[in-house]
Design a protein around this ligand. Structure first.
Ligand SMILES: Nc1nc2c(ncn2[C@@H]2O[C@H](COP(=O)(O)OP(=O)(O)OP(=O)(O)O)[C@@H](O)[C@H]2O)c(=O)[nH]1
Ligand SMILES: [Mg+2]
Length: 243
């Protein structure tokens, strides 16, 4: 099975080489780094990694407005033009362990979308303060209640998609950017009949660099579930698999 992992980066120069090395240990795995002109020079570090792993690591240097969701839209659009079976998403901050990627990839045999989940049996979170744990739990309960999504971890950014499932999403119509971009992807996928599975992961709090979660991102997250159920897309129930 071939896989392409799309990784958005903003100021991750210390984390990215460790992550890429971990991913390169897996046969058939390639990486597309999507950098937003990081002031700390992550883009250059990514170029160096691309030279070190030719044909396996490529870099998209974005020059338009910075954004997590926007980076994924551009990265996924480029990735969809590549001949791969599975497209993956993960953070660059080493919160998502590259050693767990094979578990997610294997689960795509029976699902269109596989979530690396903190909230299924076997899942765990390392080094998060109680406040952060409570916030994440509350966010997931809120999202699940409003949107009726059944996944336990709707905000996890560690995911693998069968190419056909990702290709069926109208990425250019997405309106959200922060965490809620992840929720929007899942919501639209569920409405389109994608089969969603979760496999346990151990999420580790970042040790290097800074979180980019802002109050604007949190406000967007509170509004997005309502916006999703009110949008015409929520009526789209095509049924069956998108393949
Ligand atoms: N290209 C790009 N990447 C971004 C942007 N904002 C965040 N990222 C990347 O998206 C990933 C997730 O961002 P984090 O800051 O770790 O946010 P988070 O994981 O939601 O929050 P924490 O749990 O606090 O770390 C990381 O790889 C970031 O470098 C952005 O504006 N552009
Ligand atoms: Mg993070």
């Amino acid at each position: 099975m071939s896989a392409l992992v799309v990784i958005p980066t903003y100021n991750e120069r210390k984390n990215l080489p460790v992550l890429i090395e971990g991913l390169m240990a897996h046969v058939g795995v390639r990486v597309l780094v999507v950098d937003d002109q990081s002031p700390d020079g992550t883009g250059q570090v990514a170029d160096e990694l691309s030279a070190r792993f030719p044909g396996r690591v490529s870099v998209l240097h974005r020059t338009s407005k910075r954004g997590f969701g926007r980076s994924y839209i551009d990265g996924m659009t480029q990735a969809l033009s590549e001949p791969v079976d599975v497209l993956c998403q993960m953070d660059a901050d080493l919160s998502h362990d590259p050693r767990q990627l094979p578990d997610l990839l294997a689960a795509t045999a029976h699902a269109d979308v596989v979530i690396g989940s903190r909230y299924v049996p076997g899942g765990a979170i390392v080094n998060w303060p109680m406040k952060r744990r409570v916030l994440s739990r509350l966010a997931n309960t809120y999202i699940r209640t409003v949107t009726r999504l059944s996944a336990r971890d709707c905000t996890s950014g560690y995911r693998c998609w069968r190419k056909s499932a990702l290709a069926s999403l109208p990425l250019d119509e997405f309106f959200s950017d922060g965490y809620s971009f992840l929720v929007e992807m899942l919501f639209v996928a569920a409405r389109r009949g994608c089969r969603i599975a979760e496999v346990p992961i151990t999420f580790i709090e970042r040790r290097e660099g800074e979180s980019k979660v802002s109050s604007a991102v949190l406000i967007e997250s509170a509004i997005t579930p309502w916006r999703l159920i009110g949008s015409p897309r929520s009526a789209q129930k095509t049924g069956g698999s998108p393949r």
